[in-house]
Design a protein around this ligand. Structure first.
Ligand SMILES: *Cc1c(COP(=O)(O)O)cnc(C)c1O
Length: 467
């Protein structure tokens, strides 16, 4: 056998296009993509032939089935979307890298209707005239928070930017040194303040800020007092900060508005469910914050959004700020947010249907139940592994409640014929993209963030990976 002879064995693109399997693939994928993929695979074999040594020539053959199989796999990969569903087995409920909050199943239809059909997005049906896209959210958010007025923008970083730009441009915004936080993705409060045109006036020390620190800093060029909820870290030990109700008293004395950036939008007291207390939006307003900002996709459990609630006089001004146009929310966000807020009209319903709240408040019985189910399904495969149900800890995530570890149940797996990290990689790269932790040389699946309808996929991919 010589190379020339081998080249003559290569199929032509046209021949491959007549293959039964390829004919089926052309029904599924664009023809041009199929042709390109065939050509690339033929080229690969050609290159292999070119690189053959003399003594390898006689042993070389073209594995036609493998060739067709490669084409099929490559087509599937290159045609799949980059943004796709993954299985979150990490137990981090609000996982910023994995899409933060999940929307409730029950709002699916409402969102899809607005997405796929015309809507009254900026049309007042009663008057037959142009309306405002923000009107759809106003009543329900006012109703739930008790606020005078509402404005919704793209995310909470944008909310803080807009609030400061409107209320403190070229004026000093007084903020405690203990609250100059960076939240994930390098969003830094001091940087945002700079961008907004507000002048940062830091007071106090990292661990302690007193009322008198704020008081001493107030002057004729003070724009606002700003309180930032340090969502993602805690200063422990000898610490002290000024609560929003005290700041509000000071703000009234000096006729300077006070803003609170809460980070997470909480509407129910989650300490009832065994988690530690976090300030709710309603508390913050009741205690006298003039304006409060929070995220739509942290504990609130809605779509990405930044929600601003508070006094009408300030929010009216924000609505007229040119930045608002640049930060405006899409109709999908409005639809999803309105439908999510509607669930909050009934706390029980909110906790049952909003995935973020449901996962955070699972009872130990429920977790045990989930763990046993997943354990049985995997156990039935008779795989070459050590598998156990163990106690573990989940996290809230999303830069919320950093110290909170919630008791959970995990499935731990130790494969007998493979390293744990190899298993982790195989499952991550599998068709179902399973993201889990490796801890203590075990593969750890936290059932808190796994949906029951994902158990079969995990078992199937595990079986494949161990083959
Ligand atoms: C998360 C967070 C933000 C940023 O919110 P995004 O919705 O992610 O833009 C701002 N401030 C605080 C205190 C936060 O915790």
């Amino acid at each position: 056998m010589n190379k020339k002879k081998l080249f003559s064995l290569l199929p032509s693109v046209d021949e491959v296009l007549n293959d039964k399997i390829i004919i089926e693939l052309i029904k599924e994928y664009p023809r041009s993509l199929v042709v390109d993929t065939i050509r690339k695979n033929i080229d690969n074999i050609r290159k292999n032939i070119i690189n053959l040594e003399e003594d390898q020539l006689n042993n070389f053959s073209i594995d036609y089935d493998k060739f067709i199989n490669n084409i099929s796999n490559e087509l599937r990969l290159s045609y799949s979307l980059s943004l796709k569903k993954v299985i979150n087995a990490t137990g981090v409920v609000i996982h910023t890298n994995l899409g933060r909050s999940l929307l409730a199943d029950s709002i699916k239809e409402e969102v899809w209707k607005v997405a796929s059909r015309y809507s009254n997005l900026e049309y007042d049906i009663n008057k037959g005239k142009r309306g405002s896209r923000y009107s759809h959210l106003e009543e329900i958010i006012k109703n739930i928070t008790g606020a005078e007025d509402v404005l919704v923008v793209n995310n909470n970083a944008a909310a803080v930017l807009l609030v400061l730009s409107t209320m403190s441009k070229n004026k000093e915004a007084i903020v405690s040194r203990g609250e100059l936080v960076e939240v994930g993705g390098s969003f830094r409060i001091p940087k945002v303040m700079e961008e907004s045109g507000a002048i940062l006036r830091e007071v106090g020390a990292t661990n302690k800020t007193h009322m008198s620190d704020y008081e001493d800093a107030i002057n004729e060029n003070t724009g606002v007092l700003l309180k930032v909820h340090t969502s993602n870290y805690r200063v422990l030990g000898f610490t002290g900060s000024v609560d929003i109700d005290e700041l509000s008293r000071l703000s009234k004395e000096h006729d300077i508005p006070v803003i609170e950036d809460l980070g997470s939008g909480l509407f129910i007291d989650i300490s009832k469910y065994g988690l530690s207390y976090e300030p709710t939006v309603i508390d913050s307003l009741k205690k006298g914050a003039d304006v409060v900002t929070f995220s739509g996709d942290k504990i609130l459990g809605g779509p990405q959004a930044g929600i601003i609630v508070g006094k009408k006089e300030y929010i009216e001004k924000m609505k007229k700020n040119q930045l608002t146009r640049a930060l405006r929310v899409d109709k999908l966000t409005i639809a999803a947010l309105e439908a999510t807020f509607r669930l909050y009209l009934d706390e029980k319903k909110a906790v049952e249907e909003i995935p973020t709240l449901r996962m955070l408040t699972y009872s130990m019985d429920k977790l045990n139940d989930k763990a046993r189910k997943l354990y049985e399904i995997i156990k039935n495969q008779n795989l070459d592994i050590d598998i156990k149900i163990e106690d573990g800890y989940s996290q809230v995530g999303g830069g919320s409640m950093p110290l909170e570890t919630i008791d959970t149940k995990v499935i731990t797996i130790v494969p007998k014929n493979m390293g744990v990290s190899e298993l982790e990689e195989k499952l991550r790269l599998s068709e179902d993209s399973i993201v889990a932790r490796v801890y203590d040389n075990k593969y750890v699946l936290d059932v808190r963030t796994i949906f029951d309808d994902e158990f079969e996929s995990i078992s199937k991919q595990l079986t494949n990976a161990l083959k």
